[in-house]
Each structure stands twice: as structure tokens, then as C-alpha cells.
Write a protein that binds this ligand. Structure first.
Ligand SMILES: *Cc1c(COP(=O)(O)O)cnc(C)c1O
Length: 401
């Protein structure tokens, strides 16, 4: 059977608009399409392929587990899940882990746990969930409603209730909403989909203090920031605050679907037997791969390498901007970077992405005005340099018009 991009339009639900090329293999930070055209990957499958494509340690973990045991369901537990949970609790504030299959599912579990906790400990009045405009927490109906883009949650009928949105980095807007009826405040410790918005450290500490004052849980959605992306194992570790619940997905599996919700013993106990679950959550294949990811990424050399690579990427983008004057700002942290377009080029992020692909570079956007870069945490230095050269050609092409 001949597989072409046209086949997508014939057989797929039209909720995506994938690019014209179809990649067929990858190695490290290089990818090849059906015509054997080569790309450098600054996208990393949207901050997922944290160790690039086909990393030997992950291929080994997958193939070894693939010959042992694929699936049991949660009627039984399994060794990879328990090993992974032990490692995640050793590396973080958390005592307990719940496994899911995606970021949205990890967040769904976090929100349901927060509601259970509030109902059990404080009573029915305490159901309000506060999140932030422009935030993104996934596409289940609960998580997409908590997310701060109404366009994503509108059009599906009545929404889950008692959800309010404050403004990110605006503590007064949280203070205006929060009360003893607040069950939880959910936030990303660096907004990804919303445009690569770094948190003001005082804002994060202020939200923590407000949560403490009103007995509300603080939920960190680290689906995009977690597993080394910002140079720490989890971004909260650099912010001087500890959340009550943390969610992880994307890079956790390095490309194999898995999500996790982490919390304390005291909070976890409210998800009693039978209150929540998933057929695949904690699947041995996924957990074996994620364990290998955690083993590699938690290595100090990898985390230090993220900072080194951030500097190279930033310096390169600044150099390109000195020549072409297209960006107002290079922002973000670690290898979660955004190049925000200036007024002259507003709305042209997609045009730059398309031009970059023509020149053999995969990157992302975060809204219409920001070009986003989330490469592998171990992308070779030479690939960064060559990728930047290709990006410069793309920028030059867009500037020429
Ligand atoms: C991607 C993302 C999600 C959703 O994850 P899925 O695996 O697509 O369900 C949730 N929160 C944040 C911050 C994300 O970046």
C-alpha cells in the first residue's frame, strides 16, 4: 500500500493539520522523511523525545521488556512500575505515584484527587479550582476546561463547574479569586503552550502562601517542564516552592506514552481503592522505558548539558536576530525556549516553521507569535550549530517575503 499525505485526508478525523512530509525514521536529533530528506530536530516531538530518537538505552529497555511481559492491567502490579515509582519518589518531594498514559490523564487524576481530598477533609463547599489564562493542561473535558483557552473548551456543551481563571504572574488576580472555598490552584511552572512564559519567582512563592492561607492544594503541571527540560529534574526544584501534587508526562517516556501524578502520603490516601483507575496506567512496557529515561536524565552530566545547550541556542538566536531583527525577545529556560516575534513579524511564527522545514529543520510554535524550541536534552553540539544555520536560512527567507 502506498502511504501518502493525501491518505490522511481520506481516512483520518480532521482535527489535525499535519505538515506535508511524513517522517519514517530518526536517530539522535536527525530525522528522515519518505524521500530520504534529512531534518535536524529542534522540536523533539513537542518536548517528548528528551533523549532524541532511538536512544540505545531506551531501545534496550523497550526490547528487553518487550520479550518479557507487555501488559497485566492493575489487577496485578509489576516490577518496572514499582521500580519507576521508587525512583520518582526518591528524586522528588513525593511519597506516592499514580500512573496514567498521558499528560491530560495525569492532570485529570490530580484534579479528581484534589476534589476528593477537599470533600473528605473540608466538605462540599470546597470545590473551586483556580488556574490561569493561557494555561494548557490537556484535552479531557475537565482538564481542557481548567486550561486557560476557552476556544479549546467551547462547543462541547455544559462544562465541568466551579473553575476560575486568574492571570499568570499577577498575584493580585489570584488573591481576588481565592477563598476557603478553593480546592486547588493548578499552574505550569513555566507556561509552554501559552507562549513560553517564565514565572516571576515571587509570584510562585506568593501563590504557595495563598494556598497555605486558604488550605488549598497547589498542583504543578510539569508535563512540559519536567524530566530535565529546564535543567532541573523538575522545574519546581529551582523555584523554592514545593507543590502538593505534581504531574509529569511528555519527556517521562521519551516517546513512549506514559503519565504520572506524584503526591504526598497524606493527600494520596484520599484516592481509596476503586475511586480512580486506568487499564494501561503503569503498563510494564511504558514503565520500563520511563525507568531508563529517568536513569539517563537524572545524571548530572545530562542536566548540566541542558544549561550548556541553552546558552548555545540562545547565543545563536541572538546572533540571527542581530542580523535580521525579527524577534522582540528570546525567553524560557533550559531547552524550553521561545523566540517571540517583534511587531513587524507578528503572526508569522507558522511561516517561519514552514520555511524551517523546507531548509531541513523541525521546530515548533507556541501561539501565532512565538517560535518554540524543545530539542533533545542530549542533542549533539554540532546539530545545534547546523540547526541554527538552517534556521537562519529560514528566517532570511521569511524576511525577504
Ligand atoms: C502537553 C501538555 C499537556 C497534555 O499532555 P497530553 O499527553 O497531550 O495529554 C498537559 N499539560 C501541559 C503543560 C502540556 O504541555
Amino acid at each position: 500500500m502506498q502511504v501518502t499525505r493525501e491518505l490522511f485526508d481520506d481516512v483520518m478525523v480532521p482535527n489535525y493539520a499535519p505538515s506535508a512530509i511524513i517522517p519514517v525514521r530518526g536517530q539522535g536529533s536527525r530525522v528522515w522523511d519518505q524521500n530520504d530528506k534529512e531534518y535536524i530536530d529542534f522540536a523533539g516531538g513537542i518536548a517528548v523525545n528528551c533523549l532524541g530518537h532511538c536512544h540505545p538505552a531506551l531501545v534496550q529497555a523497550l526490547t528487553e521488556q518487550g520479550q518479557k511481559l507487555w501488559h497485566l492491567s492493575n489487577v496485578m502490579t509489576n516490577e518496572p512500575a514499582l521500580r519507576l515509582a521508587k525512583k520518582l519518589t526518591d528524586l522528588t518531594f513525593a511519597d506516592k505515584v499514580y500512573f496514567a498514559n498521558s499528560g491530560a490523564e495525569a492532570n485529570e487524576a490530580a484534579l479528581k484527587l484534589a476534589r476528593r481530598w477537599a470533600l473528605d477533609v473540608h466538605g462540599q463547599h470546597k470545590s473551586q479550582i483556580i488556574s490561569f489564562s493561557k494555561s494548557f493542561h490537556g484535552r479531557t473535558f475537565f482538564t481542557v476546561t481548567v486550561g486557560g483557552q476557552a476556544a479549546y473548551s467551547d462547543g462541547f456543551g455544559p462544562k465541568p463547574g466551579d473553575i476560575a481563571h486568574a492571570n499568570y504572574n499577577d498575584l493580585a488576580s489570584v488573591e481576588a479569586l481565592i477563598s476557603n472555598n478553593t480546592c486547588a490552584v493548578m499552574l505550569e511552572p513555566l507556561q509552554g503552550e501559552g507562549g513560553i512564559i517564565s514565572p516571576d519567582p515571587d509570584f510562585i512563592k506568593g501563590v504557595r502562601a495563598l494556598c497555605d492561607k486558604h488550605n488549598a492544594l497547589m498542583i504543578f503541571d510539569e508535563v512540559q517542564t519536567g524530566v530535565g527540560r529546564t535543567g532541573a529534574m523538575y522545574a519546581y526544584q529551582d523555584l523554592g516552592v514545593t507543590p502538593d501534587i505534581l504531574t509529569s508526562a511528555k519527556a517521562l517516556g521519551g516517546g513512549f506514552p506514559i503519565g504520572a501524578m506524584l503526591t504526598t502520603t497524606e493527600i494520596a490516601k484520599h484516592l481509596k481503592v476503586g475511586t480512580h483507575g486506568s487499564t494501561y496506567g503503569g503498563n510494564p512496557l511504558a514503565c520500563a522505558v520511563a525507568e531508563a529515561v529517568i536513569d539517563v536524565v537524572s545524571h548530572n552530566d545530562v542536566l548540566a548539558g541542558v544549561m550548556e545547550r541553552e546558552q548555545l541556542l540562545r547565543d545563536g538566536l541572538v546572533r540571527i536576530n542581530e542580523k535580521y531583527n525579527v524577534f522582540a525577545e528570546i525567553r524560557g529556560k533550559g531547552l524550553l525556549l521561545g523566540a517571540a516575534l517583534n511587531d513587524t513579524y507578528k503572526g508569522q511564527a507558522k511561516a517561519i516553521l514552514t520555511a524551517a522545514a523546507e531548509h531541513g529543520l523541525m521546530c515548533l510554535i507556541a501561539g501565532a507569535d512565538v517560535v518554540r524550541f524543545t530539542p533533545s536534552l542530549v542533542i549533539p553540539i554540532a546539530d545545534i550549530e547546523q540547526g541554527l544555520a538552517r534556521f537562519e536560512q529560514a528566517v532570511a527567507q521569511v524576511v525577504k517575503g
